[in-house]
Design a binder for this molecule. Structure first.
Ligand SMILES: Nc1ncnc2c1ncn2[C@@H]1O[C@H](COP(=O)(O)OP(=O)(O)OP(=O)(O)O)[C@@H](O)[C@H]1O
Ligand SMILES: Nc1ncnc2c1ncn2[C@@H]1O[C@H](COP(=O)(O)OP(=O)(O)OP(=O)(O)O)[C@@H](O)[C@H]1O
Ligand SMILES: [Mg+2]
Ligand SMILES: [Mg+2]
Lengths: 258, 258
């Protein structure tokens, strides 16, 4: 039975996608079978794994909005392999931007993603969901489907501001729709050791975050930003760079008990 | 009559807020009277201008969702001065996260912000609206209220992906609800001259963006990220840093005809 992780933070640009793509790739290189679910209409995780828009016939939108029997695709027709062995992707396209509206009146609309993933929970060791910078219905769906929540936090001031709201939403999901959901932990990203700002924010997170803060900090490293243009995770595009080393350390902390 | 600018990009973390706060501050220092409208429930522009949560009695949410006559506050009870002379702020709080739902069935829901700002259009030279990393109803409201759209683009690969969708939404707003809306231009942000990635992306933007790309590039500069923790725009917190110099150059390009 796969352990399912949702990577969530409504603050934009904090390295949600970079964390999903690279943690998933490390897990796959370690021999685990991994599924990345792209629940962000921007589709950055999909393209970061090398899947081009013209290769996608169905995406997560088709699974979320079509109920059984009306000719909707089966999930294994939507999931695609990636260039990395053991690593598959359930892709997103811009259609996903219409999901919130399409599901607005659906019964149990928060549980659609959980239902969609049920048929493949036993086919993978790890499922990891990338979300949009929002606390809307799709992110709630990701929290409802997950066993653990991972929260990337950019080591900068604005990233601290939304944290209490995010934790409130997580507690509501735990209380109302997914009681076993656990806080996996905070991941410190874009940590620039040369500035006081990064350590000040990191200290603030360690003091105030109600769950664990992972030891491994992901440094700012341009190779992490270059890898997506090659459609590869950085841990494959440049496995020796500081960013890749950090994601390998992070893997052992995050998935040690998966 | 104020010229109104919306700063929009659904990609997260591309420096929308940093651009709004610093361009507005430069304009104020140049003697223009400026209003920053924070249309993002994260409230980063509000705190970046030094307005603390406990100082806010009413925010944009109260104006958007209360129609005339039922005891709603007048806009000048909601607008607050900032530490910078000539620079006021219409603040946001987390309440704003409820605006999309509250307005879902309102008549002419896309035009609420435009109506809200009408009484103060003549009180300012420049109005500049910060938006969330989303193309939802609040961002549409900002586009419907604006005369010009400014699009910050981080010089990294993922930031290019959402551009065509953003331009599609802008054309729909121009066709349906705000025909005079003009593309002000693309602003290249977090430009790191030491990497090829930045120049590759910048070149791609200049080639494909259907409007002007401003000459002034905003370099990556940690002082821009430090300023918000002091509740000050960087152009005031550290006016001599490279980031501040870039926003001053950008001011002359963006507002030269305002
Ligand atoms: N440690 C790092 N060092 C340098 N660049 C990074 C790092 N992590 C991420 N990036 C880059 O920063 C930008 C933002 O990261 P990313 O897109 O992963 O964030 P996100 O939280 O998924 O954004 P969104 O909120 O839009 O979904 C990207 O261009 C990415 O390549
Ligand atoms: N040129 C720059 N150099 C260094 N840091 C920057 C620069 N511009 C912005 N930042 C920092 O990068 C982070 C993202 O910027 P900002 O919050 O302004 O982006 P945004 O587009 O408003 O994000 P969101 O999508 O969440 O609204 C912030 O911590 C900010 O302080
Ligand atoms: Mg992302
Ligand atoms: Mg912002």
């Amino acid at each position: 039975m796969a352990r399912c992780y949702a990577v969530v933070n409504q603050k934009g640009g904090v390295a949600k996608t970079t964390t999903v793509v690279n943690l998933a790739a490390v897990a796959a290189l370690e021999g685990r079978s991994v599924l990345v679910v792209d629940a962000d209409a921007q589709g950055n995780a999909t393209s970061g794994l090398g899947i081009r828009r013209d290769q996608i016939e169905f995406c997560l939108y088709d699974l979320l909005t079509r109920f059984d029997g009306d000719g909707s695709p089966a999930i294994d027709e939507v999931i695609q392999p990636t260039a990395t062995p053991n690593l598959d992707c359930l892709p997103a396209t811009i259609d996903l931007a219409g999901a919130q509206l399409a599901l607005a009146n659906a019964i149990s609309r928060e549980m659609r993603l959980r239902r969609v993933l049920e048929p493949v929970r036993n086919a993978y060791d790890i499922i990891i969901i990338d979300t949009a910078p929002s606390l809307g219905l799709l992110t709630i769906n990701a929290l409802a489907a997950a066993d653990r929540v991972l929260i990337p936090i950019q080591c900068e001031y604005y990233a601290l501001e939304g944290l209490s709201q995010l934790l409130q939403i997580i507690s509501m999901v735990q209380a109302e729709i997914n009681p076993p959901l656990a806080l996996g932990g905070a991941i410190l990203t874009m940590y620039d050791a040369r500035t006081n700002l990064a350590e000040d924010v990191a200290e603030e997170v360690r003091r105030n975050f109600p769950g664990p803060t992972f030891q491994a900090k992901v440094p700012r490293n341009v190779r992490l930003a270059e890898a997506p243009s090659h459609g590869l995770p950085a841990v494959i595009y440049d496995k020796h760079c500081p960013g890749s080393a950090a994601y390998r350390r992070l893997y052992w902390e995050v998935f040690e008990d998966a």
